[in-house]
Design a protein around this ligand. Structure first.
Ligand code: FE2
Length: 124
């Protein structure tokens, strides 16, 4: 079975994991449009999740699928978090050349991989 079956999000949310969605699916905040050459400020967070040594959000992986690119996605960043001290809230600054979709995958040490995505338009 493909790993995609184990990455939970709006498009893959079996009943057995549904109750965990609100506290595991990353929330991506950024403008829907940015002018070419300008910096896109991105804030990613997970709300209401435990932050203990035995159960915490351990990482965020951020990818970008660029329109009309032969091979996607582009890996943008990998952020590792330590429990108790690091809250699952991060900020990134991106400079995008073309429109596309930002994908964020988080990893909970108890409940696995969760994803969300956000479309961004780059205005020429
Ligand atoms: Fe969890």
């Amino acid at each position: 079975m493909s790993i995609r079956n184990y990455i939970y999000g709006e498009e893959n949310l079996p009943d057995s994991v549904k109750e965990k969605a609100r506290t595991h699916i990353p929330v991506v905040e950024c403008p829907e449009k940015v002018k070419e050459g300008e910096i896109l400020r991105l804030r990613i967070r997970i709300d209401g999740h435990p932050n203990r040594v035995d159960h915490y959000i351990a990482s965020f992986d951020i990818y970008f699928s660029e329109d009309d690119r032969s091979f996607n996605p582009i890996k943008i960043a990998h952020v590792e978090l330590s429990p108790e001290y690091a809250e699952p809230i991060i900020e990134l600054s991106l400079r995008l050349r073309r429109s596309g979709t930002i994908h964020v995958v988080s990893y909970c040490t108890t409940h696995g991989l969760w994803e969300t995505s956000k479309r961004v338009i780059v205005e020429k």
